[in-house]
Every structure is written in structure tokens, then in C-alpha cells.
Ligand binder design. Sequence first.
Ligand code: BTN
Length: 230
Amino acid sequence: MIGKDILFFSSVNSTNDYIKEHLDELEDGTIVTAKRQIAGKGRRGKQWISNEGNLFFSFLLDKNYESNFSYVMRASTVLVKALGEFGLDAKIKYPNDIMVRGRKIAGILIETKENKVIIGVGVNVQEEQFETLEAKATSIKMETGYLFDPLDILYAFVKACNETVKDNEEQLYQKYISNSYVIGKQIKFQGHKATITKITRKGLLQISFNDTFRLVSMDEITLEELYYDK
Ligand code: BTN
């Protein structure tokens, strides 16, 4: 259960960092959200531009599941479900980028500290200019034409998360797979033309080329070329 306690801020450096710095004071399931972040963080050490009008939040969970991939599946399938409430047909670009029409609309950053997992979510809600990311990014405003309050998306996420909290690993995996944006797609892998054939239950990507299979982890591959696929 998440969202019993929600802390609202005008501005923080990063909602993930806020949770990490106040870990002992916050209960399991607490959400921290801010109108803007000064030093929003993306995956792979990237910056997450965090202008007002978009959604930034993090929540913490006790580390109950064994693998990090369980959290990846949980957060991304819940986000797909929540965005569906706003009429968006969102898909998951492995491991946990959320895409609409081949462009990224939301990202998830999962970190751990002590026996806790911190899940940070950024959703492009009202943003319409992405500068260098122009062709790779989109927002709810750009996709629907409507200006939503970022907190409405947060509340849809909380509802979807609490509705699916009892899903077991297999149900979760089936939802993750059925919403995958990458399975069946062609990529270049170490100079080979390859096809993504599967995502395993342990969260590895199965790639096939020249009649062979390779399993790669989320740290080994970026799938950059799969943006703005029509
Ligand atoms: C990514 O796709 O690279 C992950 C982006 C995650 C951004 C969110 S915004 C709320 C939380 N706080 C952060 O500093 N990052 C995450």
C-alpha cells in the first residue's frame, strides 16, 4: 500500500535523494512529490530536467522482493495502467522507459539504500519543448491536447499501484511482457542485425542473431535506436 502519507514540496533537489536522506523518518509507502526538482536524476547518471507542470515523485518500499526486476516490472506496469486512465496507449521500453508512439513520456529510477527500495517516477505532463530530445520525447499534453494537473496522474498511479499490490510475480511478468515495446524489434547488437526475442523472468533480454541467442542485462544495452519508431 502506497500513498497513506504524501509529502508535497515546491522544490527539492531530487525526490529520490530526499527519501534517501530521510529514510529513518519515513514509513513504508510514503510518497514525496515536488513541483520542480533542482537536480533531478535519470538512469545512467543522466540529468532529468524537472520543470514545473510535470510530475516528479518517489516512494519507498521495504525490500520484500528478491530481484530488482520485480520492482522494475511493478513500477512500469502500474505507470502504464495509470496513463491508460488518460487515454494513452503506453508501452514499456526495456527495462522501464514508458513510451507513447515511440517517444518517451515517463522514466523510472530505482535505487536501494539499506533494506529499502526507492522508486522515483518522472512523467512529462505539460512539457512541450525538449530541445535536443525533441524527436525522442513526448508529454501527456502533446499526446492528448489537454493540460492535466500533475497530481491527477500521481493519484491515478497510487490507485493503480494499490489495486495491483497483490499481483504475484507471474501475473506481473505477463503484464510486463504484454505491454513490452521491444519484443520482436530489430536492433544492432555488436555489429550484428539482431532481433529481441524475449525478456526472461529474471529480467534479461534475449537477443537472436545468426541462429544464436544471447542474454544481456539492462546494464549492457540502451536500445537507443528504438526511439521514434513509427
Ligand atoms: C530515467 O528514465 O532516466 C529515469 C528518470 C527518473 C526521474 C524521476 S523524477 C522523480 C525522481 N527523482 C529523481 O531525481 N529522479 C526520479
